[in-house]
Design a protein around this ligand. Structure first.
Ligand code: CA
Length: 221
């Protein structure tokens, strides 16, 4: 697995790099927030260990930037020991887990293993649901091997449904995923997009769960 270590304190950074590499991973490192933000945006990592107090750009800003750019890799933040505010802010900004300094390297490695296990469920860039195949990198969809032409809204909708297949997603969740933050979201239009998408997919793929929302299922199962 490929891990990014972001820590400005040289001794701790070296210890992290060494321990994570010894666990069998490929490790890249960054010593400031700006470099971290850049690396996390342009390169693919299976997980990131992110210190929050960093020069040039703080860790929370880098994390928010990644999430806004739809970079979904698991992120473990390193927080100051007594600062519960940092933990809350970090989780709100999209961190997957946190560890307060000082920590035992064994605990960090255990948490990293847990994050990588969770991440591996979606580590593949190609997702399947019955006859539907969605390639997240090329943004293409096949049904029974035939390419499906989707609008960008339909694609985003299908992407979220596939990412969380089997789960019921509310109209609000779907509209938050489709429309950028701050735009005029109208959850009623979701029904229209779902209806259009439904016509393009194998019959029975999108179930309506009355009063709750929609769920993607394997229609052939
Ligand atoms: Ca620091």
């Amino acid at each position: 697995m490929r891990i990014l270590v972001v820590e400005d304190e040289p001794t701790l950074r070296a210890q992290l790099v060494q321990a994570i590499a010894a666990a069998g991973h490929t490790v890249e490192q960054a010593a400031d927030g700006r470099e971290a933000q850049y690396l996390g945006e342009v390169e693919d990592f299976d997980a990131v260990v992110l210190d929050l107090g960093l020069p040039l750009l703080d860790g929370l800003s880098a994390l928010r930037h990644w999430r806004a750019a739809e970079r979904g890799m698991p992120v473990l933040i390193l927080t100051a020991r007594s600062s519960w505010q940092e933990k809350v802010q970090g989780m709100d900004a999209g961190a997957d887990d946190y560890l307060a300094k000082p920590f035992h390297m064994e605990e960090l490695l255990a948490r990293l293993r847990a994050l990588l296990r969770r991440g591996s469920e979606h580590a593949s860039s190609v997702w399947h649901c019955g006859a539907i195949v969605l390639d997240t990198r090329s943004a293409r969809v096949l049904v029974d091997g035939q390419p499906l032409v989707l609008t960008s809204h339909e694609f985003k909708l299908l992407q979220l449904l596939m990412q969380r297949k089997g789960e019921v997603l509310s109209r609000t969740e779907l509209s938050e995923h489709i429309y950028p933050e701050g735009s005029d979201r109208d959850s009623n239009t979701i029904e229209v997009f779902v209806a259009r998408l439904r016509k393009k997919l194998p019959e029975g793929s999108i179930e309506t769960v009355r009063g709750l929302g929609y769920r993607l299922v394997d229609a052939g199962a």
